[in-house]
Write a protein that binds this ligand. Structure first.
Ligand code: G4F
Length: 332
């Protein structure tokens, strides 16, 4: 059994990756915050269905000794470092904690691996936010970075730490440069889930308005379960490398909104209100990835289209809200 360690196992990607690795016959370990173990109903909800098949270890990415202890104890063969403060907008509100946690966390994991299990293969969750103010489109592995947020800056630092550990210490360390990837498990603070959840609430009469910021921003949105497979593929190669993972298609937030309301049979223009307060101090206007290298070397290709992605997210939220409604009615 190959032993894998996932940081950020409670998040969208961590939960899909844990499921995927279990299916591949892995022994799966995850790092979680101590508070998560104390409040499993809320904080472990995405992995509730696999809790009896995975091993969770309390630690903090802000504490080197706690990470070191886990590397010493688990000594994984593959490590997927997904944990981060990953909400771009929030990174402007608290630059210091985003930058400190994200950069130190990556550094601590890499350093502890080097000390305790230098043969472990390492995956770093880089981001298309690193391209920021793009100088060419689509963006590929050699497109220069120009991050536009503290979050983007922290990911660029993590990217170079990963490359440096590969070059300086011979660690099998890979960077995935993942473009936006969404699902029915996406957090409500991200625009896609905010939209699909509000659409479902409007449909059931629980909301009458959707406030959004920049509707013109364009993103390359894919389906998260397909993206975690790409992470795994990177660590199965003969040599470590960096890969862009994207669909190659870009759509505006407005396109997403329009399709989401459409799926629910509603007219978006009746409900959406643009609020200046939701604009970011510096915006990434357009992202579109070129994943030809991943296709050629990893044999990876996305299948879920933009339209299908929106549909499956709206339908999942309609089902969730309908079920919550029914439960409420039964309990009253
Ligand atoms: O959904 P978002 O918050 O995602 P963003 O900023 O693109 O970042 C996501 O993808 C990255 C990969 O490229 C990840 F690294 C990162 O961790 C995260 O997963 O915003 C998407 C776009 C932005 O342009 C934003 O300005 O939607 C625009 N937007 C418009 N109204 C809004 C809203 N975003 C949010 N979150 N909420 C709004 O009301």
């Amino acid at each position: 059994m190959t032993k894998a360690l996932i940081t950020g196992i409670t998040g969208q990607d961590g939960s899909f990756l844990a499921e995927f690795l279990l299916q591949q016959g892995y022994e799966v370990h995850g790092i979680v915050r101590r508070v998560a173990l104390e409040d499993p109903g809320r904080r472990l909800s995405r992995i509730a269905h696999i809790l009896d098949r995975i091993h969770l270890h309390p630690a903090s990415l802000e504490s080197y000794p706690s990470i070191f202890r886990i590397m010493d104890k688990v000594c994984p063969e593959e490590c997927y470092h997904l944990a981060a403060q990953s909400y771009v907008s929030y990174s402007f509100d608290d630059e210091f904690s985003t930058i400190n946690t994200n950069i130190d966390g990556t550094h601590f994991v890499l350093s502890a691996l080097k000390e305790k299990c230098a043969d472990c293969r390492f995956y770093f969750a880089g981001s298309s936010e690193m391209f920021g103010k793009v100088c060419e489109s689509p963006q590929h592995e050699n497109t220069p970075f120009h991050p536009r947020s503290p979050y983007g800056i922290s990911k660029v630092a993590g990217f170079y730490l990963t490359q440096n550990y590969r070059e300086a210490y011979g660690i099998f360390a890979c960077n995935g440069i993942l473009f936006n990837h969404e699902s029915e498990r996406r957090g409500f603070e991200f625009v896609t889930r905010k939209i699909t959840n509000t659409v479902a609430r409007i449909k059931f009469g629980l909301a009458d308005r959707l406030d959004l910021g920049n509707l013109d921003a364009k993103r390359d949105w894919g389906y998260a379960p397909e993206y975690v497979r790409a992470m795994w593929l990177m660590l199965q190669q003969d040599n470590p490398d960096d890969y862009v993972i994207a669909t190659g298609e870009s759509h505006t937030v407005r396109d997403f909104v329009s399709r989401a309301f459409d799926v629910a049979g509603l007219d978006w223009e009746k409900y959406v209100r643009v609020s200046e307060t939701l604009y970011r101090p510096a915006e990434v206007c357009e992202l579109k990835g070129d994943a030809r290298k991943a296709q050629k070397v990893l044999g990876w290709q996305p299948e879920v289209t933009f339209s299908k992605l929106v549909e499956l997210m709206v339908e999942a939220d309609l089902t969730n809200i309908h079920a919550a409604h029914e439960n409420l009615a039964v309990n009253q």
